[in-house]
Write a protein that binds this ligand. Sequence first.
Ligand SMILES: [Zn+2]
Length: 224
Amino acid sequence: MGRDACLSNCEPRGILYWFATMQVPKSRIPFCPACGSPTKLAVPDGDEKMRAVCSSCGRVHYENPKMVVGCLVEHDNKVLLCRRKIEPAYGLWTLPAGYLEVGESAAEGASRETLEEACADVEIVSPFAQLDIPLIGQSYIIFRARMKTPSFSPGSESLECELFALDDIPFDSLAFSSIIVTLRMYIEDVKAGNIKFHYCTINKRIGAGPSDLRSFDIDNHLAV
Ligand SMILES: [Zn+2]
């Protein structure tokens, strides 16, 4: 096919296709992990939601929330925070936390993240909070932990690490809503002399930045 023929035959179809796809949500799994063919969004038989369905082998690929695990490291009535050396939220303070890996438990993952981000070897004390963030498909589990030896330093993803007294926590410079919520609950518990286990849902307001202090609501808060 010559260039002219291609332009006349393909371009109008291309433009129409572009307009059509603008109306359709795109799959975040564009290619089939099993066979590499493109996927299309469709509601499989017996299902109610749009899924990424392979256009070749027909496999359905489900997108599920990711689990983030981390530690609230306690030492001398202070907590250990890390200042992020990576995006998102570069330069802001956080608890050592990150995505759970396949093959490790939540507690193991939280300890590993603490070792990676703060070079602190910790012992898990107890689960402190589970926080679900449905809009972005994340579920956090934060553990209370203590350092096996009082030693820490910034890992490769941290600019610095520091122990903060509860009254000195830099709430204006915290990285994520999950960290703000965790530390607020922890401070409240410590001041009440009764540290509990907390569950809640963090509902971000659409379009708000992850560190906007006013960008979320807390729902379904349970404390035991
Ligand atoms: Zn496939």
